[in-house]
Ligand binder design. Structure first.
Ligand code: BES
Ligand code: MN
Ligand code: ZN
Length: 502
């Protein structure tokens, strides 16, 4: 076994802070038998005394901070409950409480994990620590004091060190992407509208020019392509709808020259599609005003695709991936789509729009048609699609719908690994009948019964035989209430899925 201290750097405070003994804290994990989990430690005896004196019981995320007045040494004891029952959820709570216990008072900390966590748990724990440091205060005139804590070292004693190191760099990449997802999703809807999303994509391509290119289609382009379902959503808005395409080529090993740059075509890429409704009023089928402000998060799917692409650029996974952000604002106006309007989708399907609030499937269906020109190996769409999914799965699991057993398995596996969980729901043909229209090929609503399934059924009509999955993140993209904020999900899920594809 090799002992090594892995460094996990939180991106807060000054970069590369000088580690002064004074402001560093040692963190030890205690189980609910009040046992220290780390073996072979010199300080064992004094720690045992401290555990006794602290009366810590070792419950999940319980903390006790000890400051030695003479030596100015700091020790944080953290409860983890029972090691055999440790879940990803517990690890998140433990990480948060460690961060909160030290953020304001300590510059750095070393957490002694030794051999307590397996690789997967180690990954979940590191990401949770990083995510604890996330803060969005762009619009506060009075900023809270910057946390001092800017570096956490994780000490591990394991024999497969490289795996742990790889986990760490993956989680750092995920954190960078997930933070971008949160940043754009937390922006208010007067700032974050379709052109803003396009700007974010361009900024990303500028940051990673060797692996990323961006194309943006405006409404004129979409008219030419016959993307009338997409346009039916954005026509009520003053803001122009945009289809943003991010092309990630991680197989580019040679440095791009002027000639090769942008010329290389992607071959059977993985395509991620995100619903980017930057504000969903419901349109003419207007939503009730209570809580409508949270509909700024209706672009959470596209924000997560943008964040996943950023994470890919950071992790440099050797893959070819396209991100398509379907960005539109759903507004009522004299020019808005009426309930009852019939439009022809890009693939020729006629759609009767009976409810303008079922707009996500409309921007998505044309985007799903559009991305098929990439000849994708698989398409995954991510969307805050239905309130029904929140009723079914709450805020815990994302709804997973798919036409392909392998994709289901791979996403389920990645979701457990990432602790960014999904639940598979059916798409039986029998549900399709609910979408039968009296006048057109299909209508855009299927009634109250099985609302998230019929939404998935609607999308399935536009993917032909390509392996495809639809993730309904209506309940998981943000936390609602007075402190509503983006969760950055399902970026961890997407990245674990992509990593397993390498
Ligand atoms: N963006 C909403 C779905 C939503 C609602 C997400 C609440 C999160 C919380 C979507 O565009 C929508 O309005 N869906 C309708 C569909 C219905 C009209 C068939 C819904 O769920 O009510
Ligand atoms: Mn809607
Ligand atoms: Zn919506």
């Amino acid at each position: 076994m090799t002992t090594k201290t892995l460094k996990l750097t939180l991106n807060l405070g000054k970069k590369n802070p000088k580690k002064s003994q004074k402001h560093s804290c040692c963190v030890y994990l205690i189980d609910d038998n009040k046992q220290l989990l780390q073996k072979n430690d010199n300080a064992q005896d004094s720690l045992k005394n401290l555990i006794q004196a602290s009366q810590i019981r070792g419950k999940v995320a319980e903390t006790f901070l000890h400051l030695d007045l003479k030596t100015a040494e700091a020790i944080l004891l953290v409860g983890i409950g029972s090691i055999d029952k440790l879940t990803g959820g517990h690890l998140q709570k433990i990480a948060n409480s460690i961060y909160n216990a030290l953020a304001k008072t300590h510059k750095s900390a070393t957490i002694y994990l030794q051999d307590c966590l397996d690789e997967v748990q180690f990954g979940q724990f590191s990401l949770a620590l990083l995510n604890s440091s996330y803060c969005f205060d762009t619009y506060k005139s009075q900023k809270a004091d910057k946390p001092l804590l800017s570096q956490i070292d994780l000490s591990v004693t394991v024999n497969n060190l490289t795996n742990y190191e790889q986990q760490l760099s993956l989680q750092n990449a995920i954190f960078a992407g997930q933070s971008l997802t949160k940043d754009v999703a937390n922006e208010p809807p007067n700032v974050c509208f379709p052109a803003f999303m396009a700007k974010q994509a361009h900024a990303l391509a500028k940051q990673y020019p060797d692996v990323l290119t961006v194309k943006v289609l405006g409404e004129k382009d979409m008219e030419k392509l016959g993307m009338n379902c997409f346009l039916a959503v954005s026509r009520g808005s003053e803001k122009e709808g945009k289809l943003v395409l991010l092309e990630y080529n991680g197989l580019n090993t040679t440095k791009p020259t002027k000639k090769t740059k942008k010329a290389e075509k992607l071959a059977e890429p993985i395509v991620l599609v995100g619903k980017g409704v930057t504000f969903d009023t419901g349109g003419i089928s207007l939503k009730p005003s209570e809580g409508m402000g949270e509909m700024k998060f209706d672009m959470g799917g596209s924000a997560s695709v943008l964040g996943a692409i950023k994470a890919l650029c950071e992790a440099r996974l050797p893959l070819q991936v396209v991100g398509a952000l379907a960005c539109a604002e759903n507004m009522p106006s004299g020019n808005a789509t009426r309930p009852g309007d019939i439009v022809t989708a890009m693939n020729g399907t006629t759609v009767e729009i009976l409810n303008t609030d079922a707009e996500g499937r409309l921007v998505l269906c044309d985007t799903l048609t559009y991305v098929q020109q990439y000849n994708p190996s698989v398409i995954i769409d991510v969307a805050t699609l239905t309130g029904a999914c929140v009723i079914a799965l709450g805020n815990v699991r994302t709804g997973l719908f798919s036409n392909d057993e392998d994709v289901i398995f791979e996403l389920e596996q990645a979701s457990e690994e990432a602790y960014d969980r999904v639940w598979h729901l059916p798409l039986d043909d029998d549900y399709q009948e609910q979408l039968n229209s009296h006048f057109a090929d299909v209508q855009n609503i299927g009634g109250r019964a099985a609302g998230s399934i019929t939404a998935g059924c609607f999308l399935s009509r536009f993917v032909n035989d390509i392996p495809w999955a639809h993730l309904d993140i209506a309940g998981t993209a943000w936390v609602s209430g007075s402190k509503a904020h983006s969760t950055g999900r399902p970026v961890p899920l997407l990245l674990h899925y992509l990593k397993n594809k390498v």
